[in-house]
Design a protein around this ligand. Structure first.
Ligand code: PLP
Length: 363
């Protein structure tokens, strides 16, 4: 078996233990004679999987009974549309932090809904085009805003919010690329969500944590599948949920629990530090994010401020050594190492050793 060191930003590396468990269960799930993929979503075997996945995630995030955790298809991008559809009513204002590519995509969807409804979207902070990349720290919040939306980790620029801002409005966080990767007070939010394919499981759904009372604020005139209450009231079983994804998500959450959150969070910080220390050790490398916003999940950098020929050589040689997907996002170029929870320490060590060797030969 040859496992690549897969630095992909998403879908991303899953824990090997989880893949092996899933493989063992694939054809016959614990003596049921069928795969989880083939089971009724109304049966007791699937129900146990569904409930345990939610309970484990809630425990890891420290969420009480006032919270629902639901699974919505369409990824994080569908959430960009559902949030304003549910919470940005006529005449209301929503605050958005335009912190990068993803914050901007969320903002654009809100503007579409606002235009249809006669509502307002306020850009409370704007660092989208800042180079070096960073997250905002100053926000011009609107008094009485319907909600405030932030993106805690900009996956493409590699800029992470280290402190969650204070606002009186219900706070909504896109945490697609850093959920459950560091210590965070989730109770500060009214809702947070993540496309599953980075830190939680396979692609195909968003995991959405939402306060039950907040979910009820959406208009019940929306199409049923676009209302959060449909998911919170029916425990994501109004229609057929993405059962396979939920099962693998549940196995991944059990893995996080076995690892121990504190160990995992410390390991994440250590993995990122190894790469940043290497970048900082020489002028050969150029970090792209401001130091205090450097992401522990998506490390972004360039060679000599942007030597594309040398970066291509770096990528080709890395690939030959079994290190894949180190290329920066197509919109920004450069290099990016996505090192989510499941990315192994040995893979970071291999990258750092290769970087040192590459610099020696090309510096
Ligand atoms: C990947 C990502 C998204 C988009 O997720 P999809 O599930 O592909 O829609 C949104 N926000 C952030 C921060 C991301 O990293």
């Amino acid at each position: 078996m040859a496992r690549a060191y897969n630095f992909s930003a998403g879908p991303a590396t899953l824990p090997l233990e989880v893949l092996q468990q899933v493989q063992q269960d694939l054809v016959d799930y614990k003596g049921t004679g069928m795969s989880v993929m083939e089971m009724s979503h109304r049966g007791k075997d699937y129900d146990a999987i569904h409930q345990e996945a939610i309970a484990t995630f809630k425990e890891l995030c420290g969420l009480g009974d006032d919270w629902s955790v639901v699974f919505v298809q369409g990824g994080a991008s569908m959430q960009f549309a559902m949030i304003p559809m549910n919470f940005l009513g006529a005449g209301a204002t929503a605050d958005y932090s335009n912190s990068g590519t993803w914050g901007n995509k969320a903002l654009k969807e809100a503007k579409k809904v606002a235009a249809l409804r006669g509502a307002t979207v306020n850009v409370a902070a704007d660092t989208q085009k800042d180079i070096p990349t960073r997250q905002p720290t100053e926000f011009a919040w609107t008094e009485g805003a319907a909600y405030a939306h932030i993106c805690t980790n900009e996956t493409i620029s590699g800029a992470e919010m280290k402190a969650i801002p204070e606002t009186a409005a219900p706070l909504i966080g896109d945490m697609s690329s850093d959920i459950l990767s560091c210590e965070r007070d989730y109770s500060r939010f009214s809702m947070f969500y993540a496309g599953a394919q980075k830190n939680l499981g396979p692609s195909g759904m968003a995991v959405v944590a939402i306060r039950r009372d907040f979910a009820e604020k959406g208009p019940d005139t929306l199409p049923t599948m676009l209302q959060y209450r449909t998911y919170t009231n029916e425990n994501s079983l109004y229609n057929t949920p993405p059962t396979w994804g939920i099962y693998v998500f549940g196995e991944t959450m059990k893995w996080v629990k076995r690892m121990g959150k504190e160990n995992l969070f410390r390991q994440n910080a250590e993995k990122a530090k190894m790469i940043y220390d290497t970048i900082d050790s020489s002028e050969f490398w150029t970090p792209t994010a401001v130091k205090e916003f450097r992401s522990n999940m998506n490390v972004t950098w360039r060679i000599k401020g942007g030597d594309e020929a040398l970066e291509k050589k770096f990528l080709d040689e890395a690939k030959a050594l079994g290190m894949s997907s180190l290329k920066g996002h197509r919109s920004v170029g450069g290099l990016r190492a996505s090192i989510y929870n499941a990315f192994p320490v040995a893979g970071v060590e291999a990258l750092v050793a290769f970087m040192k060797d590459f610099e020696k030969r090309n510096g």
